[in-house]
Design a protein around this ligand. Structure first.
Ligand code: AMP
Length: 281
C-alpha cells in the first residue's frame, strides 16, 4: 500500500494510472476502522483495478466540537487493517491540505434533504460532508465511490453532490455491517462501555419492530412506541425515529402500502449519538 499525504502528488499519480486504463474505486473514511469500513474496501476491490481509501477526520462536518475532539483515532491499527485488506493507496492529508488558507467554503444546494433528520439535528453537517467529499473527488476522480448504507441520508446527499459536480463518478452503496446483536458497527461504538453496547441493540430491535409491524395507514404511533422502547432500554434521548420516503426522505405519516420506505433512528446513549436505518420495502 502506498501512503500519500499531499493531494497534488496523489492526483498526479492517479491521472497516470487512469491514463493506463485502470479503474479507480474510492472509499473515504474518518478512520477508527472496523469491519464495516473493510467491507467497503472489499466491495471496491471486487469492482475496481485500484482501491484508494482516505482517512481524514473532517472538522467542518462536526457541529459538536466535543464530538470532534473525542472522535476515536487508531491510526496504526487502521494502516495494518487496510494493508491486510489489500487496499492499494491510502490518502491521509492534514487539515491544511484539504482546507488551505485560500480555501473558500463552498455552499451546496441540497434542497429538502438538508432540512430533515440529520440535517435538522446537525445544522451544517451535510455542507461539511459535501465540502470534504467534493475536495476528495477533485483529487481522486474515481470511477466508483463506495459509501455505507449505515449513513443512509449521507448517501442521498452525496448522490446529489455527484449530480451537481462529479457526473463521471458512480456511487455504490454497501449494506450495513452489524455486531452479532444487531448493533450497527460504528467508530463511535468504541466510546461505549460493554454494558452500553448490549443496551444499544435496542436501536436495531426497534427498527426491526417497525419492519415487522408496518402496515398501510397511520405510522406515527409505531414511531412513538419505538422511541419509548429506546428510552426504556437505557437511551437518554431520542432525536428521531422516522419512517421516510426511501429517496426523498420526506416523513411518511400515512402509508399507501406502495411508497418505498426506510426507517431511520438517531439516539443518545451515555452521551454517544448513534444512528441506524433499515430499508422497509
Ligand atoms: P466514517 O469513517 O464513519 O465516516 O465511515 C466511512 C464509510 O464507512 C461511510 O461510507 C460509512 O457509511 C461506512 N460505514 C460506517 N459504518 C458502516 C457499517 N457498519 N457498515 C457498512 N459501512 C459502514
Amino acid at each position: 500500500m502506498i501512503l500519500f499525504r499531499k493531494g497534488d502528488e496523489l492526483k498526479k499519480y492517479l491521472i497516470a494510472k487512469t491514463g493506463q486504463g485502470l479503474n479507480i474505486g474510492f472509499v473515504p473514511t474518518m478512520g477508527a476502522l472496523h469491519e464495516g469500513h473493510l467491507s467497503l474496501i472489499r466491495a471496491a476491490k471486487e469492482r475496481s483495478d485500484l482501491v484508494v481509501s482516505s482517512i481524514f477526520v473532517n472538522p467542518t462536518q462536526f457541529n459538536d466540537q466535543q464530538d470532534y475532539l473525542h472522535y476515536p483515532k487508531t491510526i496504526d491499527q487502521d494502516i495494518l487493517a487496510l494493508e491486510k485488506s489489500a487496499c492499494d493507496i491510502l490518502f491521509m492529508p492534514d487539515v491544511k491540505e484539504i482546507y488551505p488558507d485560500n480555501y473558500l467554503p463552498l455552499s451546496y444546494d441540497l434542497g429538502f434533504l438538508e432540512t430533515v433528520l440529520e440535517g435538522k439535528f446537525r445544522p451544517g453537517h451535510f455542507q461539511g460532508v459535501c465540502q470534504v467529499v467534493d475536495r476528495m473527488l477533485e483529487i481522486v476522480t474515481p470511477g466508483l465511490l463506495f459509501l455505507g448504507q449505515k449513513d443512509y441520508q449521507q448517501c442521498m446527499v452525496i448522490e446529489r453532490l455527484i449530480q451537481l459536480k462529479h457526473p463521471s463518478t458512480r456511487l455504490l452503496i454497501v449494506p450495513t455491517m452489524r455486531e452479532k446483536n444487531g448493533l450497527a458497527m460504528s467508530s463511535r461504538n468504541l466510546r461505549l462501555s460493554t454494558t452500553d453496547r448490549v443496551k444499544a441493540e435496542a436501536i436495531y430491535k426497534g427498527l426491526m419492530k417497525i419492519k415487522a409491524q408496518l402496515q398501510q395507514g397511520t405510522l406515527q404511533q409505531l414511531c412513538e412506541e419505538v422511541s419509548n422502547d429506546l428510552l426504556d432500554a437505557g437511551f437518554e434521548k431520542v432525536d428521531y425515529i422516522s419512517i421516510s420516503h426511501a429517496t426523498t426522505l420526506a416523513p411518511v405519516n400515512e402509508w399507501d402500502g406502495k411508497t418505498p420506505l426506510v426507517a431511520l433512528a438517531a439516539a443518545f446513549i451515555s452521551g454517544v449519538r448513534l444512528i441506524d436505518n433499515i430499508p422497509l420495502t
